[in-house]
Design a protein. Sequence first.
Length: 211
Amino acid sequence: MSFENPSVSVVMPVYNGEAFISESIRSVMQQSFQDWELIVVDDASADASVDFVQAICAEDERIRLIQLQQNSGAAVARNTAIESARGRYIAFLDSDDLWLPHKLERQLAFMQEIGAAFSYSAYERIDEMGRCLTLIGVPESLQYKQLLQTNYVGCSTAIYDTSSVGKVFMPTNTKREDLGTWLILLKELPYAYGIKEIIGAVSCVFRSVIT
């Protein structure tokens, strides 16, 4: 494990996320796979998000905070983190979402076992109290044309391998920047591969704070 060259860079944008940001960050800190860095990009929050992140940064040097001077949207925040990332793998986690403790370990082993450069997983949707609303299943693989029909890839489930595709940045000219990113990846790759079990990305549909 190297703080200078981690295996995984976790990208987390935040905007006015004080209610859930600490819980989201701690779900990264509690991973069984520990060779990661977490890059939190604050998109000019007006609440105490920065204070919460700074307090946790003092606990763990693998967590970095970047502050944008003006609100620019989630795509710009994520791209800022990707540009700063030092890891081979880029993983995404929104500041109101959670990972189960074995998420990174399980997903990276899956990718390495089958040689996948882009992967995703099933996930739960929960409410603001953390109660499960529904389970979202995913196909075992996806091609570009399939993704055009339905976006099966939850943003907080996605990981891609920069050793295969380089750093891929999110388009900033659309409100569906996550889908745009997956389509860019699948123009370069024949398939994205899905893990059908829920391994950690929990999409909090009633508590989204990303703009």
